[in-house]
Ligand binder design. Structure first.
Ligand code: COA
Length: 268
């Protein structure tokens, strides 16, 4: 299969649809897919039309069943090992997107698939989804942030249980644990994902970018520094035309007080 085809990229209505496309292999991530995913994320970053990115898996059975195990069959040569260290941060272009990234998850979400989902901003899943990190059973460890992001998402106890045992958890358990925030029947996943993506695409891109930045910073910063960052980001937003338009539109909604009905007369 040509490199381009292992990840499909399509933009429509402000939404970039990024589809992992090796359904016969449960969308297992091979080198071609890692490279194509990076390209897709960079295209989404550079395209001003794109307001939100959705990551999903092709076929009925999986979002992604993890790294392609066949690539681990042999001990890599020194050159391959060097190359693999250089490409170890293959999720970086996705992580660095300032636009909201949704993971729309069905079926298996394992290993590198779960790492990809964890690098997204919002995770919505179908009731048939299951989540796990099988790596330790293969004598390995997560490689693109799983051991760091899973405990931040679900707490140390469940992260430890999942990583040490390799046991999968259900969609329902993932919802309770905070690994996903929305769960829908499998037949509704596509429509619910699109509705959520449209909702995000209609909001101020800068406000969403700053909200992402503030929440990511909250993982690392002492509270006082985080509060200062939030104030700084908000003050940067206060005079943007998008904010002024949005506040005026709110004031003019039927049944709401405030707003004279004359945008020129309103002061923000
Ligand atoms: N890497 C490469 N190929 C994979 C894969 C992976 N991670 N996961 C699934 N596949 C392939 C299978 O080899 C099989 O291909 P084939 O039909 O050419 O033999 C196809 O996808 C379907 O998988 P199969 O194992 O037949 O489906 P199943 O329903 O019996 O089991 C899983 C599904 C997900 C439980 C099982 O495929 C599995 O455990 N996969 C490995 C998951 C994993 O360890 N990921 C982390 C790697 S670090």
């Amino acid at each position: 299969m040509a490199e381009e085809e292992v990840v499909l990229f399509a933009v429509s209505g402000g939404i970039a649809w990024v589809t992992l496309n090796r359904p016969a292999k449960l969308n297992a991530v091979n080198a071609a897919m890692r490279a194509a995913l990076g390209r897709a994320a960079r295209m989404a970053a550079e395209d001003a039309q794109v307001r939100v990115v959705v990551l999903r898996g092709a076929g009925p059975r999986a979002f992604c069943a993890g790294a392609d195990i066949h690539e681990f069959d042999e001990v890599p040569s020194a050159a391959e090992a060097r190359q693999s260290r250089m490409t170890a941060r293959w999720l970086q272009p996705l992580e660095e997107l300032r636009k909201p990234v949704l993971a729309s998850i069905h079926g298996y979400c394992l290993g590198g698939g779960l790492e990809m989902a964890l690098a997204c901003d919002i995770r919505i899943c179908a009731e048939d989804a299951s989540f796990g990190f099988p790596e330790t059973g293969l004598g390995m460890l997560t490689g693109v942030g799983g051991s760091q992001r899973l405990p931040r998402a679900v707490g140390t106890a469940l992260a430890m249980d999942m990583m040490l045992t390799g046991d999968r958890i259900s969609a329902g358990r993932a919802l309770t644990a905070g690994l996903v925030t929305r769960i829908v029947p499998p037949a509704a996943l596509a429509a619910e994902t699109e509705a959520l993506a449209r909702q995000l695409a209609a909001r101020s891109p800068l406000a969403l970018a700053f909200a992402k930045e503030a929440i990511h910073a909250a993982q690392d910063l002492p509270l006082q520094d985080g509060l200062r960052l939030e104030t700084d980001l908000l003050s940067l937003l206060l005079n943007t035309p998008e904010r002024i338009t949005a506040v005026r539109a709110f004031g003019q909604m039927p049944g709401l007080e405030g707003g004279s009905g004359n945008p020129e007369a309103d002061h923000s």
